[in-house]
Write a protein that binds this ligand. Structure first.
Ligand SMILES: Cc1ncc(COP(=O)(O)O)c(C=O)c1O
Length: 438
């Protein structure tokens, strides 16, 4: 279907859409008329089914069922049920993923566990370093810094191209955890997860991956990649809605170690009652659940989990059409089409691609740097009905969600960008006013 890339006419884009077997998946979404949405990497589009689904939970399960719905509607199991469905997108088995809390909180939980497990190895005292990269998402660095201080460790930031060398041989002997975001939120660069997880393992360290920009965007196989822990967002490519619950994954061998080690009950530091083996025994003593539920903390957010579950339906609907592999092929083609058209039609406009040209090395976004006016250009584009976003300093960021985007959208978005730039529209002072969320 994507053989005719590169495309240089709108008709060619329309023809690609007509031949696209994934195109009908767009009907699952309530996309506002006339809008081209290139920001599903920040907040996914509302699925048509979500309002009805949430309304049913509110009116029937909450309104009629009231407290009985914890049992009768299975609310109490939602974090695991939704987690299992997310697991299908991650190469994870049932019982390995839980949907709960925010990515930041989940990172806190699993990084604390990873540090504690690393410290228990025979050479644990020598392993005092969390290795990450300087351009990791700030929350990841903030959480890691905080935990490093609590655990008497340090956070070391290593440029991506030097990570493998930092882990190799003697150099890697002081590393406790390699903590990375798989797809960089700014550049879209994707780390080679399997190779770096293997390097961490060879160094005797554990690997922890933030999948905020990967889950639902690229095919993942955490177990085959040899990863140890992962976390990720529900509101981006999983279409779970603003502030949707996040998820965490723990490799089965670590879940087993925790289950078999009563002395590790408090290894997960947020020992709330929902992580207890028997929350409704109301015991004054904490005893961790044997399974992934030990990573829960407080009461599940039922309405938000229902919306996230409806968001997952939109991705799992692609399974009969080839699933994540088919979505990835389309995502690569859409991204390539956007890059080619911007470079062709907006040449000499000061835009510089910051995303790897090799599709294997990027997620589902393209970012362009512009020395001047990046924020204002994005605002002018939004006024023309093309939504991307801006990340300081200077990055115009565009995400491509193959579930609801077509090639004609890409053509039209680039045409709007061309006009904003050629006409200098973005120089209007009203586009300079910076809102709190960019
Ligand atoms: C890589 C990455 N990690 C974490 C987060 C945010 O996590 P939280 O759900 O805690 O706000 C984001 C948000 O954009 C992100 O891009």
């Amino acid at each position: 279907m994507h053989d005719c890339l590169p495309v240089d006419t709108r008709e060619a884009c329309v023809a690609l859409d007509a031949a696209d077997p994934l195109a009908p998946l767009r009907d699952q979404f309530a996309l506002p008329e006339g809008l081209i949405y290139l920001d599903g990497n920040s907040l996914g589009v509302l699925p048509r089914a979500t309002p009805g689904r949430v309304a049913r939970v509110i009116e029937q399960e909450w309104g009629q069922g009231l407290i009985r719905s914890w049992n009768r509607a299975g609310w109490i199991d939602l974090p695991r049920r939704v987690g299992d469905r997310i697991g299908r997108l991650l190469g994870a088995g049932p019982g390995e993923v839980i949907a709960a809390d925010s990515t930041s909180l989940n990172l806190y939980k699993v990084l604390a566990v990873a540090l504690a497990l690393a410290a228990r190895q025979p050479d644990g005292p020598a392993r005092r370093v969390i290795v990450s990269e300087p351009d990791n998402f700030p929350t990841d660095l903030y959480i890691a810094e905080s935990l490093a201080a609590q655990h008497g460790c340090e956070l070391e930031l290593v440029e991506p191209d030097r990570l493998a060398a930092r882990l190799a041989g003697e150099a890697g002997r002081d590393v406790a955890v390699l903590m990375l975001t798989h797809v960089n939120y700014r550049s879209g660069r994707m780390h080679p997860m399997a190779a770096l997880s293997a390097a961490a393992r060879a160094a005797g360290a554990l690997s922890l991956w933030d999948l905020a920009h990967s889950a639902g965007a690229v095919p993942l196989d955490l177990k085959a990649a040899g990863a140890d822990f992962a976390v990720g967002c529900g509101y981006k490519y999983l279409n779970g809605g603003p502030g949707a619950p996040a998820f965490l994954w723990v490799a089965p061998q670590h879940l087993q170690t925790l289950a078999e080690s009563p002395h590790l009950h408090r290894i997960q530091p947020l020992t709330g009652w929902m992580g207890h083996a028997m929350p409704f025994a109301f015991s004054p003593q904490y005893e961790a659940a044997e399974d992934i539920r030990r990573f829960l903390c407080g009461t599940p957010s039922v309405l938000a989990l229902a919306a996230l579950d409806a968001g997952l339906d939109t991705l799992l609907a692609a399974e009969p059409l080839g699933g994540m592999a088919a979505l990835r092929a389309k995502s690569i083609a859409l991204t390539q089409c956007f890059i080619d058209l911007v470079e062709l039609r907006c040449a000499d406009q000061g835009l510089h691609l910051c995303t790897p040209r090799n599709a294997e090395e990027r997620g589902s976004q393209a970012s362009f740097y512009r020395a001047e006016g990046g924020y204002a250009i994005v605002q002018a584009l939004i006024e023309r009905g093309v939504i991307g976003d801006y990340r300081a300093p200077g990055l115009l960021r565009f995400g491509f969600t193959p579930l609801y985007l077509g090639f004609a959208d890409i053509w039209d978005a680039v045409e709007q960008l061309r006009q904003v730039l050629h006409r200098g529209e973005w120089r209007d002072p009203r586009f300079a006013h910076q809102s709190p969320v960019t």
